[in-house]
Design a protein around this ligand. Structure first.
Ligand SMILES: CC(C)(COP(=O)(O)OP(=O)(O)OC[C@H]1O[C@@H](n2cnc3c(N)ncnc32)[C@H](O)[C@@H]1O)[C@@H](O)C(=O)NCCC(=O)NCCS
Ligand SMILES: Nc1ncnc2c1ncn2[C@@H]1O[C@H](COP(=O)(O)OP(=O)(O)OP(=O)(O)O)[C@@H](O)[C@H]1O
Length: 301
C-alpha cells in the first residue's frame, strides 16, 4: 500500500460508521466462538472436534480480521462506479492478505477462512452501498454480495476446477457448492432461515445466547457444509443434518433440557470427528446482519 492510500485509510478509520462496522464484525466472531455449548465447534467448554486450535486462537484471529474490515470497505467505496461483476477480481488479493494475517495470528491454523470470505464480501458490499447512497439494509447487503459473486460457482467449481481445495473436490464428488454457493445465493439460508429464527426469538424476549443456539441448529439442519462433508463424507453430513433436525423437531432450545441435549450432540460430533464450521460462519453472518435494519429503513451513515 502506498503512502497516499495509507493516509486515505487513516481518514476512513475516523469515520464512526467504519469503526462501528469493524467492531460489529469483531463482535460477530466473538459471539459465535463464545456461544456454548456448540456441537463439534470450538467454544468456551471445549475445542469440539478440533485438535489444532482453541478459544485463544479465535480471539487473536478475530482481532486480526477486525483491522482489515476498513480495507474491504474502502475497496467497495473506491470501486462503487464499477459493475458488481468486476469487483471480485480486485477483492481477491485483499481477502488473501487478510487470510495471511489470520494465519500469522494463529501460527498457521485455519480459524476463520470461511468467515473472512463472507465478512470480506459483506464489508465490501457496505462500502459500495454507502458510496452509491443506497440504504445499508440486510437485503441490500445480501443482494450486493450476490451480484459481486454472480458466476463464481460456475467459474471456480463447474469450470477451472483443479480440485486444489477441499471445497473444489467436494463439488466434483458430491455437488456441494459450499461457501461460494452461499455467497452467490446472497446468503439465502441466512435470510430465509437463521435470521428470521434469531430475530423472532429475540422479539419474544428469549435471551440472545439461546436464540443464537437455535439459529445455529437451524443452519446445521439444512446447510451443505463442506467442512462436515470433508471430514465425514456425505454420510457424516446426513447424520449431522438429521440430528439437528431432530433436536429442532423435539422443541429445540424451548426444551428444558436443551443444554444437556446439545452437550450430547457435541460428544457425538467429537466421537465422529465432525465440525459444522460452515454453519458457524453463517451464524457469524446472521449476527452481523441482525445489527442492520431490514429494507426500506434509513441509511446508517
Ligand atoms: C472460497 C474460499 C472459501 C475457498 O475455500 P474452499 O475452496 O476450501 O471452499 P469451501 O467451500 O470448502 O469453504 C472454505 C470454508 O468456508 C466455510 N464453509 C464451508 N461450507 C460452507 C457453507 N455451506 N456455507 C458457508 N460457509 C461454508 C468453511 O469455514 C470452510 O472452511 C475462500 O477461502 C477463497 O477463495 N479465498 C480467497 C480470497 C477471496 O476470494 N476473497 C474474496 C472475498 S474477501
Ligand atoms: N467456533 C468454531 N469452531 C470451529 N470452526 C469454526 C468456528 N467458527 C468458524 N469456523 C470455521 O470452520 C473452519 C475450520 O474448520 P476445519 O478445521 O474443519 O477446516 P480445515 O482446517 O480446512 O480442516 P481440517 O482441520 O480437517 O484440516 C474455519 O474456516 C472457520 O471459518
Amino acid at each position: 500500500m502506498n503512502s497516499a492510500n495509507a493516509a486515505h485509510r487513516l481518514e476512513l478509520n475516523k469515520l464512526p460508521w467504519v469503526v462501528r462496522c469493524s467492531q460489529l464484525a469483531n463482535s460477530a466472531m466473538l459471539n459465535e466462538v463464545n456461544l456454548t455449548p456448540k456441537p463439534g465447534l470450538v467454544d468456551m467448554r471445549n475445542n469440539g472436534a478440533h485438535k489444532d486450535m482453541d478459544l485463544t486462537d479465535f480471539y487473536r484471529s478475530a482481532e486480526a480480521i477486525r483491522i482489515w474490515i476498513p480495507y474491504f470497505i474502502e475497496y467497495g467505496m473506491s470501486t462503487h462506479l464499477q459493475p458488481s461483476s468486476d469487483i471480485l477480481y480486485g477483492l481477491r488479493p485483499l481477502g488473501m492478505a487478510c487470510e495471511a494475517s489470520m494465519y500469522k495470528a494463529t501460527s498457521g491454523v485455519n480459524t476463520h477462512k470461511g468467515t473472512i470470505f463472507s465478512l470480506g464480501l459483506l464489508a465490501t458490499a457496505m462500502g459500495r452501498l454507502v458510496s452509491n447512497q443506497k440504504a445499508v439494509t440486510q437485503q441490500n447487503l445480501c443482494h450486493e454480495v450476490a451480484a459481486m459473486s454472480h458466476g463464481m460457482v460456475m467459474r471456480e467449481l463447474e469450470q477451472n476446477n483443479q480440485a486444489l481445495t477441499a471445497g473444489q473436490r467436494l463439488y466434483q464428488q458430491h455437488g456441494l457448492s459450499g461457501a461460494r454457493g452461499e455467497a452467490e445465493s446472497g446468503f439465502q439460508s441466512v435470510l430465509t432461515t437463521s435470521l428470521p429464527v434469531y430475530q423472532s426469538l429475540i422479539a419474544q424476549g428469549i435471551d440472545p445466547q439461546r436464540a443464537l443456539l437455535q439459529a445455529l441448529l437451524s443452519l446445521m439442519a439444512v446447510n451443505g457444509d463442506t467442512n462436515v462433508a470433508s471430514r465425514g463424507g456425505p454420510e457424516g453430513l446426513r447424520w449431522l443434518q438429521q440430528t439437528a433436525q431432530q433436536f429442532l423437531a423435539e422443541g429445540g432450545v424451548m426444551q428444558t433440557d436443551y443444554i444437556t441435549k446439545l452437550k450430547e450432540f457435541d460428544r457425538q460430533c467429537i466421537e465422529r470427528n465432525l465440525s459444522p464450521g460452515g454453519s458457524a460462519d453463517l451464524l457469524i453472518v446472521t449476527w452481523f446482519l441482525a445489527q442492520f435494519p431490514e429494507s426500506h429503513s434509513k441509511n446508517i451513515n
